[in-house]
Design a protein around this ligand. Structure first.
Ligand code: SAM
Ligand code: SF4
Length: 498
């Protein structure tokens, strides 16, 4: 599946890897900087089962012989939704192809978190104006939900429009298209179901995603997510654990639990687990060596999560805790439900842990009415929180959000200036912090290689990226000890300690 990385992020003060919009701090998906991406399918696919493989699953379904192309924009949740959509299609006999020109069915799984992301999708759709003949073109995800049937008006060659809250209907919608349906939509938001699939095509051989909660019940005034993804729905803990066990059996050792507000999780089954209970249970699945989770909402971030990370080595020592602004006044306007002081108290809990836990965040600059004083408070919060990385965004007004009509919009040039100042301050913090790590050794899961330079790359449990040399060959997928020899603002160089 194709992946478009450069949506949703104005600027990334992490490893410089372009990344999907939301929640993959410190470099998110993508290959190690300067390294070739792991040749995921070619490298080890032949030895693995179909869930793990990411290839065609050999189902002689109704659409046997037909092919699909699916491009994903935006966040990790979209990435994972696309893996499930691909599973649904392959279950019906569709074959994945790498180019839209070869495909019978062309799907875009979209993001609308910022205006630029939405524009990019319309540009893609425009490409089909005279070429769509005979193909089914579909728009999935946030933009589909946001624009609805308007998409048919703007791009009449589109046949399928389906928001993520209606993905459970996808098989039915695809069936209607296969039997000659001209235009089909899935736009309901009033659902209490989650998107469960029999087959999920896994595109990453090392890290597997599990969505544990969909939608969002917060109402941050700048954010389209509650409108595009619908109300919050948690998956039953049994289903989550069964998936984690299947993934471990298929050879995965790293799992990432996903949700827009992952830590708001509430088990709908009679067990009634809270997020931290599920976290501990997933970490206890035999074979699972690393558990990550993203994104945490500060309001639902409790001390018990820090205690769990301290006690359970399988829980990665990294927390992504978006602050958005350092000014309580702006936070109130954003409807974030916490003050600067309440947020910083949570940072103190994390800093007081026995394990050094890396912390990353999201920051928005130029929210309507943000004064110089408000912005100065965001800068000073960076000094106090000392994040390992941040994702920084210029505020982008979005339809169906309450901030859309707020007065005192900040001019675009001023937003850009604030963004540059913010990133400069954060860069200095990262340089100083990273230099202190030279000489330390970390366990790294190797996920990239540059054969010409015999260099490897991988991530620590705290999600730091280290590129390193080794006398050994073929380390892909292995856990190895690496000593840091040099530090940059966004990544490290090191050597394999054998
Ligand atoms: N649920 C997460 C949370 O509560 O922090 C955030 C999810 S949001 C989809 C990902 C990030 O996009 C946010 O943390 C925010 O920084 C950024 N974002 C969302 N809406 C935005 C907007 N209208 N303009 C600029 N950035 C935005
Ligand atoms: Fe958007 Fe706020 Fe929900 Fe995060 S918590 S997805 S920022 S509405």
């Amino acid at each position: 599946m194709a992946k478009t990385f450069d949506v949703g992020i104005e600027s990334l003060v992490s490893d410089g890897t372009r990344a999907p919009a939301e929640h993959q701090p410190v470099g998110r998906q993508g290959a190690s900087v300067g390294l070739l991406p792991l040749p995921l399918r070619a490298a080890r696919g032949a030895a693995l089962g179909d869930e793990r493989l990411g290839g065609d699953v050999g189902v002689a379904g109704i659409a046997a012989g037909k092919s699909f192309f699916l491009e994903t924009f935006g966040c990790q949740m979209n990435d994972h939704d696309s893996e499930k959509v691909a599973g649904v299609l392959q279950g019906r006999g569709y074959r994945a192809v790498d180019s839209p020109a070869q495909a019978d069915l062309v799907l875009y799984n979209t993001c609308s978190i910022r205006e630029k992301a939405a524009q990019k999708v319309f540009a893609r759709l425009g490409d089909w104006k005279t070429l769509a003949d005979g193909k089914i073109i579909g728009v999935l995800g946030c933009l589909a939900q946001q624009e609805g049937e308007e998409i048919f008006e703007r791009a009449p060659w589109v046949s399928l429009v389906c928001g993520s809250a209606s993905y459970r209907k996808l098989p039915e919608l695809i069936e209607q298209l296969e039997s000659g349906g001209r235009r089909v939509t899935g736009l309901d938001l009033d659902t209490d179901e989650t998107f469960e699939t029999e087959i999920t095509r896994r595109d990453n051989l090392l890290r597997a995603y599990i969505t544990i909660i969909e939608g969002c019940d917060y109402a941050c005034s700048y954010c389209v997510v509650p409108h595009t993804r619908g109300p919050e729905r948690s998956r039953a803990s049994d289903a989550v654990l069964a998936e984690a066990r299947r993934l471990a059996d298929a050879g995965y050792s790293e799992i990432q639990l996903l949700g827009q507000t992952v830590n708001s999780y509430r088990d709908p089954s009679p067990r009634g687990w809270k997020f931290v209970d599920l976290l501990r249970a997933v970490a206890a699945v035999p074979g699972i060596r690393r558990v990550r989770f993203t994104t945490s909402h500060p309001n639902d971030f409790h001390r018990s999560i820090v205690e769990a990370i301290d006690e359970v080595p399988e829980l990665c020592d990294h927390v992504h805790l978006p602050v958005q602004s350092g000014s309580t006044r702006v936070l109130r306007e954003m409807l974030r439900t916490y003050t600067r002081e309440e947020y910083l108290e949570k940072i103190e809990w994390i800093r007081a842990a026995r394990r050094p836990i890396s912390i990353t965040s999201d920051v928005i600059v130029g929210f309507p009415g943000e004064t110089e004083e408000d912005f100065a408070e965001t800068l000073s919060l960076l000094d106090v929180a000392r994040y390992d990385a941040i994702f920084s965004f210029k505020y982008s007004p979005r339809p169906n959000t309450s901030a859309m009509h707020l007065p005192d919009a900040i001019p675009e040039e001023e937003k850009s200036r604030r963004l540059a100042v913010l990133n400069e301050r954060q860069r200095a913090i990262q340089i100083a912090a990273n230099e202190k790590l030279v000489g330390q050794s970390y366990e790294v899961l190797v996920d990239g290689c540059h054969p010409a330079r015999t260099q490897w790359g991988g991530r620590t449990s705290c999600n730091r990226l280290i590129n390193f040399t080794s006398p050994r060959v073929n380390l892909l997928g292995e856990y190895v000890q690496v000593k840091i020899t040099r530090a940059g603002p966004n990544s490290f160089a090191g050597e394999h300690v054998t």
